[in-house]
Design a protein around this ligand. Structure first.
Ligand code: DX5
Ligand code: ZN
Length: 216
């Protein structure tokens, strides 16, 4: 099983960016999670491709971009050109799976990992047609839009179902979980089959090294 920790840039102290990014790397994080919010798909605004480029410049970590924006396909090139390694979009942004799968294929053609995600309230069946095409499935364990929310325990069954589907079908996508992750909720997710744990406020809290180590 893969065990990756992806600290979320949303909770980073930008006045101390270089140091904090180095600390998560030395502590064993392999990915950085970059949350893009447009104030339309979610009721909050974060940052875009130019800031991501600056973050990417001072970090060697794999750049895992989570697009919480309407019309995500319009911005694929901008993020790829500025250093994205994986791009994950919300399936709710596409009218149907045929259109969404075309977007997945476009990402793969451009040489980045292609990920999908869904809101906690979106029916799991919505993502089934995508599963044979994607590299990454991001399970939201909070309503997207803000860091620092509490983990929704009911989504653990969703992780198990996606992991089960993967082994039954011989697929190889990674399963990532995002929202309210700490040592305890992270352990539950690992036990359910999660490969990647995204964590913002927990990692960039009192003790970065201890927090990353507890999620590995
Ligand atoms: C929420 C974002 C998360 C957020 C997680 O919409 O997608 O990636 O940064 O923050 P924490 O770990 O604080 O819940
Ligand atoms: Zn995220």
């Amino acid at each position: 099983m893969t065990r990756i920790v992806a600290p979320s840039v949303l909770a980073l102290d930008f006045s101390d960016m270089k140091t904090q990014l180095k600390r998560v790397e030395v502590a064993g994080a392999k990915w950085l999670h970059y949350d893009v919010m447009d104030g339309v798909f979610v009721p909050n605004i974060s940052f875009g491709p130019d800031i991501m480029k600056q973050v990417d410049h001072v970090s060697d970590l794999f750049m895992d971009v989570h697009l919480m924006i309407v019309d995500p396909q319009k911005y694929f090139d901008a993020f790829i050109d500025k250093g994205a390694d994986a791009i994950t979009f919300h399936v709710e942004c596409f009218a149907d799976a045929t259109e969404g799968i075309a977007a997945v294929k476009e990402l793969k053609k451009r040489g980045v990992k292609a990920g999908i995600t869904l809101r906690p309230g979106t029916d799991l069946d919505t993502i089934v047609p995508y599963l044979k095409h994607v590299d990454l499935v991001l399970v939201m364990s909070v309503e997207p839009g803000f860091g620092g929310q509490s983990f929704m325990h009911e989504i653990v069954d969703r992780i198990k179902a996606i992991a089960e589907y993967r082994s039954v079908n011989g697929y190889e996508y990674l399963i990532s979980v995002d929202g309210g992750i700490n040592d305890q909720t992270g352990l539950k997710c690992r036990q359910a089959g999660a490969d990647v744990l995204v964590a913002g406020s927990y990692v960039f809290g009192d003790d970065i090294e201890k927090a990353v180590a507890s999620l590995l």
